[in-house]
Design a binder for this molecule. Structure first.
Ligand code: 2AM
Length: 506
């Protein structure tokens, strides 16, 4: 006798019959999953653990999880039976079909109101789809960004949950307990609807690409432009880590530059300069193109990785194409101050662009995004954690409807202070033939963004000339022929007299 009949008869059939004790279930016992389980157990939650390769469950229980409030499950049924209702279940498995497979496997064993959380690096359209699909079945789906790597997962990650908001009151305590804290506040809050959590994580990763590229450019100009040693560069990063650039990525760069191989030489110098990528930066750049947002710095950061990866071709090109030889004649200390300011200014632009993108996405996809919370979620726990994000949090707390980060007084002042040094550094890089694509695109964006009249007037004329694509007139030049807001086509090749204008939508 088994199933409902056995339950009616009050018979015990295996472990599934005992009173469920699990507060939280986690499927996927790779390092991230194991560490999140241990983190949750440390915060007083009883966690049920399961993995596709079931042998890993016992190995985990006998080793890392020994003595902790972790219970194992050896089947999906057992996993579900051991969880209190509404069940709170997180998947930390490879993004893609594995997530859908597990959802399908869970469905027959769970009840309406239960919560399935996907903590993997899923692409946000998949989370949009899963939220809708599961809502139809009465299941609350949450797609959450998890950042901070293995260490973060163990001792406090940044968590960015989005999806079915009904789930939030049930998972808030666990999420905010295990998340990193910044000045006592958890780096976790509800992000928004559907795939908003994974979307924000995607933008986080894009910004991470940008931050890393900026740091690499600063390293390159110090190394090749100023001829600095690794020890000196390590000291510069150590110094920067005490100021406006204080952040995890600056800190690890300091350590990397100071790390010597067995022969006493810096290990980083020996590493092949061909960058890998898993795709989240590319997704951000593609989304920016789709939404028509000038997120140029992340774009350049992705392309810089692409350029780095064609190492063989670059090696051939290096023998055929020449440029100037860097010759630094200025004051080194001043240059390094300028470089710090230039990196800071470029970073401000990158985050301003990232928030422009999220703001547009929220409008486009109908999400309510909580901007001050996003900045706070990135403040601690994650890879881009920094003191800088504290200032962004303040900016959006002062005004959650801030149109652009650059309109905030603090950042407005910061970018104006940084501007002269920023320009000097880029000018030196251009003269020296050392590429600084992320620094340069940040400055180009700044100059474009602050320009009322861009040369797109000529562009519109060209489009109308060759393709009759029409144009609008500047309001101050409006007249009977060219009305305000109307789309007009002109016969540009009409000879010996006035051009004729045809007006549409007047
Ligand atoms: P495994 O231990 O059985 O390989 C990270 O790879 C985690 O995702 C691991 O827990 C791994 O389970 C799981 N995983 C990877 N691909 C999977 C798939 N196709 N189906 C289920 N789990 C998968």
């Amino acid at each position: 006798m088994s199933g409902p009949v056995a339950r009616l008869a009050g018979l015990k059939v295996g472990p599934a019959q005992s009173e469920p004790s699990g507060d939280f279930g986690l499927i996927g016992l790779a390092v991230m999953g194991q560490n999140l389980i241990l983190n949750a157990a440390d915060h007083g939650f009883t966690v049920v653990a399961f993995n596709r390769t079931v042998s890993k469950v016992d190995r985990f229980l006998e080793n890392e999880a020994k003595g902790k409030s972790v219970v194992g499950a050896h089947s999906i049924e057992e996993f579900c039976a051991k969880l209190k209702k509404p069940r709170r279940m997180m998947l930390l498995v490879m993004a893609g079909p594995a997530v859908d497979d597990f959802i399908e496997k869970l469905l027959p064993h769970i009840d309406a109101g239960d919560i399935i959380i996907d903590g993997g690096n899923s692409h946000y359209p998949d989370s949009n789809r899963r939220t809708k699909y599961l809502a139809e079945k009465g299941i609350r789906f949450v797609g959450t960004g998890v950042s901070g790597g293995e260490e973060g997962a163990r001792y406090g990650p940044s968590l960015m949950p989005g999806g079915n908001e009904e789930a939030w009151p049930y998972i808030k305590d666990i999420f905010q307990s295990i998340a990193a804290k910044s000045d006592g506040e958890p780096c976790c809050d509800w992000v928004g609807d559907e795939g908003a959590g994974h979307y924000v994580k995607m933008v986080h990763n894009g910004i991470e690409y940008g931050d890393m590229q900026l740091i690499c450019e600063a390293y390159d100009i110090m190394k090749r432009g100023l001829g600095m040693s690794y020890a000196e560069m390590g000291d510069v990063f150590a110094e920067w880590n005490k100021g406006v650039l204080d952040s995890f990525l600056i800190e690890i760069t300091r350590d990397v530059l100071r790390f010597n191989d067995d022969d006493g030489k810096p290990l980083v110098e020996k590493i092949l300069d061909a960058a890998g990528q898993k795709g989240t930066g590319k997704w951000t750049a593609i989304n920016a193109l789709d939404l028509g947002m000038p997120v140029t710095l992340i774009g350049e950061a992705v392309f810089a990785r692409c350029l780095s990866s064609i190492k063989d071709e670059r090696t051939r090109a290096s023998k055929l194409l020449s440029g100037p030889t860097p010759k630094f004649t200025g004051d080194k200390a001043t240059f390094l101050k300028n470089l710090e300011q230039g990196l800071y200014a470029s970073k401000i632009i990158s985050y301003a662009q990232g928030f422009m993108l999220m703001q547009t996405a929220a409008k486009q996809y109908g999400w309510k995004l909580n901007k001050p919370s996003i900045a706070l979620m990135w403040r601690g726990g994650c890879i881009i954690r920094s003191v800088f994000l504290k200032d962004i949090t303040s900016a959006y707390r002062q005004n959650p409807d801030l149109e652009n980060l650059l309109f905030n007084d603090f950042f407005n002042k910061a970018i104006h202070t940084a501007q002269p040094g920023w320009r000097d550094v880029i000018a030196f890089a251009v003269q020296s033939g050392i590429p600084m694509p992320a620094f340069s695109t940040a400055l180009a964006f700044f100059d474009g963004y602050r320009t009322k009249d861009l040369p797109a007037n000529l562009l519109q004329a060209q489009r109308d000339y060759f393709g009759a694509h029409t144009f609008q007139i500047k309001p101050e030049y409006a007249n009977d022929k060219f009305k305000v807001g109307a789309y007009t086509h002109v016969n540009w090749t009409g000879r010996g007299g006035n051009v004729s204008a045809s007006t549409y939508n007047a």
